[in-house]
Design a protein around this ligand. Structure first.
Ligand code: BDR
Ligand code: CA
Length: 314
């Protein structure tokens, strides 16, 4: 059976790679892509999802636009890492198909509630605003989901937006708090794991050698990230965050995950969005898993394998 999946995202160059992986595989039944303001404003993330869908030839997948601002904070942005339009060096273009009329939070509720309990997985690649709004409206959604696989948070790595906070959690800490306090089972792939997955020239060339538009798009995103990482951070190789979520759904054995109790700091200005990840917890007393490590070579191999099959019937 295919894996019923919804992807909530804020594309975003690494979101774009994750989306192309999910569009490319026949192991996933992609029920919807929902978008949220994050890396760039919400109108741009929704448009970008439509662009990436068209590049993949997957207009069978509906796109629903969601929250244009966090629950209680001003919208953030990370355009310097994703390009002003959120697509790196790729220029936006008019798509054949746009977003659906239904708001993302309503679509999330409808699509999950119409399936049997414990069936649908939700991937979150951006701030958790849409899911928090959906849970406020339909609290039983939390236990209806099979699992939430979220890119967010940091423990041993420290933060990438402040000393202790990772961008997705920092951007809407209140939403992350509501999601992590709900009965939802959440697998958190934070910087401790995603910083282990690094772009390299050899890895980019492997993707460039694949002769289709989704692979060319991903290669362009990776080249952009690599350049920006060197310019802004001064590191040699860019981390690939969001694609880890799709890799986890397809191949969880590539990740070293441990039970944890994960809480989010919402009150302090200094440590806003810090994730307090407590390992001293009995597995039966928590619904959270925290990723400590990942087999990065296998993740890149998977990305290549998936993109090589992009364009085949799903
Ligand atoms: C996360 O922040 C965003 O800029 C990326 O798309 C990723 O989801 C990494 O901290
Ligand atoms: Ca993202």
């Amino acid at each position: 059976m295919k894996i019923p999946l919804i992807i909530d995202c804020d594309p975003g160059v690494d979101d774009a790679t994750g989306l192309q992986m999910a569009f490319a595989t026949d192991q996933i039944e992609l029920l919807a892509v929902t978008t949220v303001g994050g890396n760039v404003p919400a109108t741009a993330t929704a448009r970008n999802a439509c662009i990436l869908r068209q590049i993949a030839g997957r207009e069978d997948v509906p796109v629903f636009a969601g929250a244009d601002r966090p629950l209680r904070r001003n919208p953030a942005g990370a355009g310097e890492f994703h390009g002003a339009e959120g697509l790196g060096d790729l220029s936006p273009f008019e798509t054949r198909k746009g977003v659906e009329a239904e708001p993302a939070a309503d679509a999330l509720i409808r699509l999950v509630m119409e399936r049997p309990a414990g069936e649908v997985t939700l991937i979150m690649m951006g701030p958790m605003t849409n899911l928090a709004l959906a849970l406020r409206k339909e609290p039983s959604l939390a236990s209806r989901l099979k699992q939430v696989v979220a890119m967010g948070g940091a423990r041993s790595e420290g933060g990438n937006i402040t000393a202790s906070a990772e961008f997705n959690i920092w951007a809407d800490p209140d939403a992350a708090h509501e999601v992590l306090s709900s009965p939802a089972k959440v697998v958190m792939l934070g910087l401790d794991a995603t910083h282990q997955v690094r772009v390299s020239e050899e890895r980019i060339q492997t993707i460039e050698a694949i002769d289709n538009d989704p692979a060319r798009t991903v290669a362009a995103m990776l080249r952009f990230s690599q350049r920006i990482e060197r310019e802004i951070v001064g590191w040699h190789s860019a981390p690939l965050h969001d694609p880890c979520t799709v890799a986890y759904v397809l191949a969880p054995e590539l990740f070293d995950v441990v039970p944890a109790d994960i809480r989010v700091e919402c009150d302090s200005d200094l440590t806003r969005g810090h994730t307090a990840v407590e390992f001293r917890v009995k597995p039966e007393d928590t619904r959270h898993l925290w990723a400590k490590g990942v087999r990065d070579r296998e993740v890149f191999y998977l990305i290549g394998q998936l993109l090589a099959r992009a364009g085949e019937p799903k």
